[in-house]
Design a binder for this molecule. Structure first.
Ligand code: TXA
Ligand code: MG
Length: 343
């Protein structure tokens, strides 16, 4: 179908997008984290089309997006006090909560789990679209399965073209956060971090008092294992090249990379490091001393380096908490947890 290109600032964008969603069509939606591939979360056929369009395994459940926190009660049951506290503090924003699901949500959306992931996104136009659609909007990151997430409308267009499965793309510019939402599971005995994102673990802990970190966050999970976040077992966010995360001081890392660099390799580094890689055509994705620029720039840089002719990408990765922790997680995942210490 011909894909409509809508802009957040044009009149009627929200009405048009909401109408398409009500008709069961796929609409790419901007959020502060990444662009999502949205469809009516209550329409099994529409949800099925999300999986088909992305090439996503059917056992990987979707996040439903709501326009306001109170709507949680429509799709979730036994909502703990902690969920309301987190919603109060971080919604609308880059936080997803896993809660017990009500029968109002189709099995296809939750991939048959008895829980559902919910999020109230910050981007205003998208909340308005959800409100006008009058239903929860199921939306995975809009990238084709296995590709780095989409942080601009251009990325979405690149993955699907103008004659693909999308009825429309709503453009609201580049995503502010740039990595997917933090996911916290509130269905177990203790709150558990399933995926780091725009909200750091320290911030969650400050509200929750305690937080376990799922092992899928820190290590590769095999494809046949049972995991809390089914998406965690797939090698995600990966360009076609082998990524190697190089840790250590700037000078030690540059020494290591320059010693191992071959023709057809690439360097992904911090802006501050560019002078160290003169002659190596380095790609900088943000400033080390401003981790929000790193999260905002990471996926665009990985996409740029996803060219097929690059053998190895040597990547520099920030240390620390907050959103740097999420950047670290995405890079390590892209690397299949291949890290070297250059010191
Ligand atoms: O920032 C985001 O969260 C973006 C935007 C569009 O909102 N969405 C996103 O969706 O990243 P997706 O599908 O790419 O990643 C959702 C992750 C997957 O790893 C999935 O397995 C996990 O959330 N998930 C979904 N429902 C779950 C559930 N009930 N229990 C545990 N994990 C769940
Ligand atoms: Mg995704």
């Amino acid at each position: 179908m011909k894909t409509l290109l809508l802009h957040e600032n044009e009149p009627n964008t929200a009405e048009i997008a909401a109408q398409l969603l009500r008709e069961g069509k796929l609409v790419a939606l901007p959020t502060e984290t990444v662009y999502g591939l949205g469809a009516d979360g209550l329409n099994e056929e529409a949800v099925k089309n999300i999986f088909l369009a992305k090439g996503r395994p059917q056992d990987n459940p979707l996040i439903i997006h709501i326009a306001k926190a109170e709507d949680m009660v429509l799709w979730c049951r036994d909502i703990p006090e902690a969920a309301w506290l987190l919603a109060e503090r971080f919604w609308p924003g880059p936080l997803t909560m896993v809660l017990p699901v009500k029968e109002t949500v189709p099995k296809r959306t939750t991939a048959n789990l008895d829980t559902v992931a919910v999020r109230c996104p910050q981007t205003k136009i998208t909340r308005e679209i959800i409100r006008l659609a009058g239903r929860p909007i199921a939306a995975p990151s809009a990238n084709l399965s296995g590709k780095p997430s989409t942080t601009s409308a251009g990325h979405v267009l690149h993955d699907y073209g103008m004659d693909g499965p999308l009825a429309a793309i709503v453009d609201a510019g580049p995503c502010r956060v740039g990595v997917e939402s933090t996911i916290v599971d509130l269905t177990g005995e203790r709150p558990r971090l399933l995926r780091p994102g725009g909200i750091g673990p320290e911030e969650l802990k400050a509200v929750l008092g305690e937080l376990e970190v799922d092992k899928a966050v820190t290590a590769q999970i095999s494809a046949d294992s049972v995991v809390r976040a089914p998406g965690m077992k797939y090698k995600h966010y990966a360009p076609s090249a082998q990524v190697i995360v190089v840790e250590g001081t700037r000078e030690a890392a540059a020494g290591y990379i320059r010693a191992h660099f071959k023709e057809n390799d690439a360097v992904l580094c911090f802006e501050e490091e560019l002078p160290l890689y003169e002659g190596y055509a380095p790609t900088a994705y943000g400033r080390e001393n401003d981790p929000e620029t790193l999260s905002a720039g990471l996926f665009a840089a990985l996409r740029k380096l996803d060219r097929g002719d690059i053998a190895t990408i040597y990547a520099r990765c920030p240390m620390g908490g907050g959103v740097a922790y999420a950047v670290q997680n995405r890079l390590r995942k892209a690397a299949g947890f291949v890290c070297v210490n250059a010191e």
